[in-house]
Design a protein around this ligand. Structure first.
Ligand code: SF4
Length: 197
């Protein structure tokens, strides 16, 4: 399947989740300005395909904003490598997501039927199941890719050799082991279904 078609399918999966999970997410108490899930959640998962969509979105930013974001992403990686929790690099000071239109699925599936107040979200079991299925479908759509914490995935994709090989569909996980291992990225072709972090 051509890359353009795959990216279109990613958007369709997001829409499908929204529709299927609506009976549950419609009971969410989440409100504008609350960003607990962008601050208190340990990992913001993404596939390489989702990472590619985000990188393309960032290309439209002016160079100074991109440079600032690169520093925030680096800080996020350092924090994540040193502790479990790290505020998402894409969350601005007004608690707004700077990549909202292209945020990954792991952000789209989060909601809570009770105010989190630092205790984590409460999500319907069925919504969790639907989310899991969608996550697996996203992995299937990206068989030559990998998944993991967003800033780690973006760092891997910032490696020109990796990006070129990924776009050709012929990269070898051994060649990039030094990046993949410390970041704990899951290589889809090497992993059992559903192993996305
Ligand atoms: S990408 Fe956006 S929605 Fe997702 S955790 Fe970061 S700031 Fe929040």
């Amino acid at each position: 399947m051509a890359l353009r078609e795959k990216k279109k399918r990613v958007g369709e999966l997001y829409e499908r989740y929204e529709l299927l999970a609506k009976p549950y997410t419609s009971q969410a108490v989440c409100s504008k300005g609350c960003a607990s899930c962008c601050i208190d959640v340990g990992s913001v998962g993404a596939t390489t395909l989702e990472g590619l969509i985000i990188l393309e979105y960032l290309q439209g930013w002016d160079p100074r904003a991109k440079q600032k974001m690169n520093l925030s992403l680096q800080q996020n990686r350092n924090e994540k490598l040193n502790s479990a929790l790290a505020r998402c690099a894409f969350l601005d000071q007004e608690q707004r997501c700077l990549i909202y239109p292209v945020r990954p699925f792991s952000c789209r599936r989060l909601y809570s039927v009770r105010r989190c107040d630092g205790q984590g979200p409460v999500i319907h079991r069925r919504a969790l199941q639907i989310g899991k299925q969608m996550e697996q479908a996203l992995q299937k759509l990206d068989p030559e890719g990998c998944s993991g914490h967003l800033s780690f995935v973006l760092d891997l994709m910032g490696n020109k050799e990796f990006l070129q090989a990924y776009l050709r569909g012929d990269w070898n996980s051994e060649e990039f082991r030094e990046i993949i291992q410390p970041y704990g990225l899951v290589v889809h072709k090497d992993a059992p279904t559903g192993a996305r972090s």
